[in-house]
Design a binder for this molecule. Structure first.
Ligand SMILES: Cc1cc2nc3c(=O)[nH]c(=O)nc-3n(C[C@H](O)[C@H](O)[C@H](O)COP(=O)(O)O)c2cc1C
Length: 337
């Protein structure tokens, strides 16, 4: 049975059901080191090390946030070839997210539309999943969010609570202020919210994991104006944040067929590619190349990944490309890098 056949089979299911099947299988595989070893030998991309934040990434391709929200399958995902996996978004308290259906495939546009709204089993559950043995060369990130019913005025408390819980277990943390599906979350990208929020998270991380505090990154939206992005960059500088992930999904539906124009939520995949590359390039230029950037958005081929690298990304992540193309995409990108 080839991987292409398996992908075809999965794409006959509802997207969230298919996703559940993959997570369950990978969660199971992840429990058995021998099974992980077989997958790894079969699928392992070449090694092209990238050194960042005192960590070594065995190659530049990682899995973006939102795929393994609760940290149930990261060991299995590592065995499929990712150099790094970003678990989350994790909220402090468990919450169900929006009612289903809440993901749609748009294959003719090589896109997904989602309005998940941070379904999360909560930070204590996720922390339990992250304990225990680690594949030795996997870099593990955790993406932090706030609960839906926490107002922005108290958002910092949520991010700090999750940061404290997972900092000792993570290689890097991401402050996610850019998902379009939690009301008002993106307003946290404004300077007056962002500076104290980032300062509070950094302080929490340094207190909780003083020997090896994981670097703190911010994940930004592709829909900011350049002036708004400037505010984010000022906040990043002021709070001493160590990196940026660009970008999250876009609320723009241009590039989708007419039937999809009125869908709620965020668009990922091919229609996002160009804008997210522009954002990577802008950040790279405006920080003099000093701030490490993880480029994400619309990477469906090696060429798309190289475009992000040329714009200034040191690492890349995939989500939609992973859904459509599977492990072959990782190998293709790493070979071309
Ligand atoms: C179904 C789905 C769920 C997502 N959930 C999250 C999330 O919880 N947190 C987050 O920071 N980004 C989330 N994202 C955004 C991705 O991490 C990524 O930034 C975006 O999809 C662009 O990459 P892509 O074009 O390769 O998919 C999600 C994306 C999708 C499609």
């Amino acid at each position: 049975m080839t991987l292409a056949f398996l992908t075809n089979l999965l794409h006959r299911l509802d997207p969230e059901q298919a996703h559940g099947v993959v997570l369950a299988l990978l969660g199971l595989v992840g429990r058995f080191p021998a099974a992980r070893g077989v997958l790894r030998r079969w699928l392992a991309p070449p090694t092209k090390p990238v050194a960042l934040w005192g960590r070594t990434f065995r190659h530049p391709v990682g899995l973006a946030a939102g795929y393994d929200k609760d940290g149930v399958a990261w060991r299995g995902l590592a065995a499929l070839g990712f150099a790094f996996v970003e678990v989350g978004t994790v909220t402090p308290r468990p919450q169900p997210g929006n009612p289903r259906p809440r993901i749609m495939r748009v294959p003719q546009a090589q896109a997904l539309v989602n309005w998940m709204g941070f379904p999360s089993r909560g930070m204590d559950f996720v922390a339990r999943q992250l304990q225990g043995p680690r594949p030795p060369d996997l870099v593990l990130g955790v993406n932090l969010g706030r609960n839906k019913d926490t107002p922005n005025e108290r958002a910092a408390e949520d991010y700090v609570a999750v940061a404290r819980t997972v900092a000792p277990l993570a290689d890097y943390l991401v402050v996610n202020v850019s998902s379009p599906n939690t009301p008002e979350l993106r307003a946290l990208q404004r300077r007056e919210y962002l500076v104290p929020l980032l300062q509070a998270v950094r302080k929490a991380v340094e207190e909780t994991a003083p020997d090896r505090p994981p670097p703190v990154l911010v994940k930004v939206a592709p829909d900011l104006t350049w002036a708004e992005l400037d505010q984010v960059l000022e906040a990043v500088e002021e709070a001493g944040v160590q990196g940026i992930i660009a970008t999250n999904t876009t609320v723009s539906k241009s590039g989708l067929p007419p039937a999809c124009q009125n869908l709620p939520g965020g668009v990922s995949g091919a229609p996002l590619r160009e804008r997210s590359t522009q954002v990577v390039r802008y950040i790279h230029r405006h920080t003099g190349g000093r701030l490490p950037i993880i480029g994400v958005g619309g990477i469906l081929s090696a060429r798309d990944a190289l475009e992000k690298a040329e714009a200034g990304a040191r690492l890349v992540q995939v989500f939609t490309g992973w859904v459509y193309r599977g492990p072959a995409l990782i190998r293709e990108v790493v070979r071309a890098w």
